[in-house]
Design a protein around this ligand. Structure first.
Ligand SMILES: [Zn+2]
Length: 209
């Protein structure tokens, strides 16, 4: 990990969120910058980093945060794990981002059609047992799943489960890491899938870092 950079965020959580939304709009409109990085920028980043947001997202190849938020090198601190689940190591990374990088905004990024959440839904509804390590991951998601309406379509189950998983994670983060402000929800269309995210923000100063 890089060494500490500045001690305070250069922008507020609201400004950071606005930046993500504007980047996502550029992405959706096909006007993303997809920047190339000049030597001067790389040299500057080698001296330290001050990303404006920390993002916990899924490993799914269709939701790369830098691309869907049209963000540049050094702008986002990203943790990706299938199902965007929390583990001690993930929490350690997030705490590092809060305590040392002072990112003003934290985002849990769930997405439509998440395979990890689907595996958990299958496990809950059909008692499907997955391979050992996958089952450990699934077991991390299961407690946050809602009760399902037996009449509902499978896609509806999955959509509800994905949102519930994000909400559950936000709740756990609120308890374990710090104060989370009112979550904001947005949907982004790209090809025929959608990113669904809820963006909480908490400030290091208010939390338990
Ligand atoms: Zn996923």
């Amino acid at each position: 990990m890089a060494t500490d950079h500045l001690q305070q965020p250069i922008i507020s959580a609201d400004e950071a969120l606005q930046r993500l939304i504007e980047g996502n709009n550029r992405f959706l409109q096909g006007s993303a910058r997809f920047p190339t990085v000049c030597k001067e920028t790389l040299a500057d980043l080698a001296r330290g980093q001050q990303p404006y947001a920390t993002i916990l997202g899924c490993s799914d190849s269709r939701v790369p945060p830098e691309l869907i938020f049209d963000a540049d090198f050094g702008e986002l601190f990203i943790i990706r794990v299938a199902g965007n689940v929390i583990s001690p190591e993930v929490m350690g990374s997030m705490q590092y981002a809060g305590a040392h990088l002072h990112t003003p905004l934290f985002v849990v990024l769930g997405h439509e059609g998440c395979g990890a959440v689907k595996a958990a839904v299958d496990s809950k509804l059909d008692a499907i047992e997955h391979r050992s390590r996958i089952q450990i991951l699934v077991n991390n998601i299961l407690p946050g799943l809602p009760e399902f309406d037996a009449q509902a379509a499978p896609q509806e189950h999955l959509a509800r489960a994905i949102e519930a998983n994000v909400r559950c994670l936000l709740s756990r983060l609120r308890c374990e890491v710090g104060d989370v402000r009112q979550p904001i929800r947005a949907r982004a269309a790209a090809h025929d899938w959608r990113a669904v995210f809820q963006s909480p923000a908490w400030r290091a100063a208010q939390g338990t870092f």
